[in-house]
Design a protein. Structure first.
Ligand code: ZN
Length: 53
């Protein structure tokens, strides 16, 4: 388990691969898996997808 850098929700990276992009179940931010053996995630690089929402 590690924590979301945005909202500190518990994030499990079990079964994931380094570099994988996941979403925080709490705040839905994009997170990149940095490490699995010593669970660590970081905010994924923001890709601006402005589709005129
Ligand atoms: Zn979060």
């Amino acid at each position: 388990m590690t924590q979301c850098p945005e909202c500190e929700a518990n994030i499990s990276v079990q079964g994931l691969m380094v570099g994988e992009i996941i979403y925080c179940p709490d705040c839905n931010v994009e997170l990149e898996v940095l490490s699995v053996e010593q669970p660590a995630v970081a905010l994924a690089p923001k890709v601006e997808e402005d589709w005129g929402e």
